[in-house]
Design a protein around this ligand. Structure first.
Ligand code: NAD
Length: 362
């Protein structure tokens, strides 16, 4: 197998900006979307990084993603904000929604926001990071619509849902900063199956069903017709959380659920319900920090299990380590993803030589 290509983060971001502006985005929008994608690569989530651009170009061509669409505020009743993404870049409209909600939370201490009809919002952890940078706690519930369902319900044989992610973020302390749980409710994110397929790899046992409902390790089943399905995380428990994402994000945002009467155009639409909390309204900072440090230290001091597959870490730690390593050593991109980026870029009229020029060793 060929080794991945390696890019300095700034080079990859320039490449993303070039493709995004060629696809119609203003410089400012391209900068926001590109920064989000590269941060996903940096934190180790290649599934939500620059490799999403070919999908976005297809969505633009099909009228499912509309560049230069700002967030639309539908309703503002103090601590409750309802917004419509109107099929704009999710990375932009969700960020704008978070900016608005963070400003409001300074006054109200607690904010609930519902965002509907955003094109793919990407790595949900990035909105948790936005909240943490403002000293706030955030809880996010997301559903996915407009796409063929490829996540099975517990004990089901076919896809009925998508990967409905949840994210919980808390600023933490100097010793344990940025506590961030950000995860799909399927066994793995759909994008991770795409990354495995592009790299010619299999996925772990007990992750996938083929289109007949039988177990398989071949990620290609998810991208064939009829598709197979990802299994829900943690059996009935992950399914239960995914179901509540449909209820909280899909129903309460007004954006809708995966129920079959809603159209499925083959795009990726996200709805998100977000709760922002100012911790200072609840406890004093000294107590919060000492208690967070105490519980974090206690958990990390557990002796490793005999079948441990890694050291004990808190949620958010793998991303922090990836970001440190990839900022230093560069971001790997597999050859299939690179081929798709070149095809997408040249179709927009960008000379291949210009795209290839980004490909220098960091
Ligand atoms: P993952 O399985 O890589 O990580 C999930 C969480 O577990 C993270 O918070 C991570 O910090 C933590 N974690 C990982 N290994 C750990 C360990 N050994 N010890 C302790 N904690 C650990 O993430 P995923 O489920 O594959 O999701 C990947 C990304 O996909 C996320 O950013 C998610 O937001 C995104 N996503 C987006 C959508 C969408 O529709 N926009 C849908 C699904 C997923």
């Amino acid at each position: 197998m060929k080794t991945d290509l390696l890019f300095a983060p700034e080079q990859l971001k320039r490449l993303a900006c070039r493709i995004l502006t060629a696809a119609g985005s203003s410089d400012k929008e391209a900068e926001i979307v590109a920064a989000h994608l590269i941060r996903a690569n940096l934190t180790g989530h290649d599934s939500h990084g620059i490799g999403m651009l070919p999908t976005y170009l297809r969505s633009i061509a099909n009228g499912l993603l509309i560049p230069n669409t700002p967030l639309k505020l539908i309703s503002d009743t103090g601590a409750i904000l309802i917004c419509d993404g109107e099929r704009g870049y999710g990375q932009r409209v969700a960020r704008e929604m978070m900016d608005m909600a963070i400003a409001r939370c300074r006054d109200t201490g607690l904010v609930l926001t519902a965002l509907r009809n955003a094109h793919h919002i990407g790595r949900v952890g990035s909105y948790g990071e936005q909240a943490m940078a403002a000293g706030l706690i955030s809880l996010h519930f997301v559903n996915v619509t407009d796409h063929t369902p490829v996540v099975a319900v517990h004990n089901g044989a076919d896809g009925r849902l998508l990967t409905n992610p949840v994210c919980f973020a808390m600023p933490g302390t100097a010793k344990h900063p940025n506590l961030l749980l950000d995860m799909a409710t399927s066994k793995i994110a759909l994008g991770k199956a795409r990354v495995a397929m592009n790299a010619g790899k299999e996925v772990a046992d007990d992750t996938l069903l083929d289109s007949h409902g039988s177990p398989t390790n071949d990620p290609r089943v998810l991208f064939s017709d009829p598709p197979g399905a990802l299994k829900p995380l943690g059996r009935h428990k992950g399914f239960g959380i995914a179901f509540f994402c449909e209820l909280l994000a899909g129903v309460l945002s007004g954006g809708g659920t995966m129920q079959p009467e809603h159209p499925r155009h083959g795009g990726v639409t996200n709805n998100m319900l977000t709760i922002l909390i100012d911790p200072q309204r609840l406890v004093n900072n000294q107590w919060l920090e000492s208690e967070v440090d105490a519980i974090a230290d206690y958990l990390l001091a557990s002796p490793p299990a005999t079948d441990a597959d890694d050291e004990i870490m808190l949620p958010g730690e793998p991303e922090r380590r990836h970001a440190e390593q990839r900022s230093r050593d560069g971001i790997p991109v597999d050859h299939e993803t690179w081929r798709e980026l070149l095809a997408g870029g040249t179709a927009l009229g960008i000379p291949e030589s210009e795209l290839n020029a980004c490909q220098t060793t960091p």
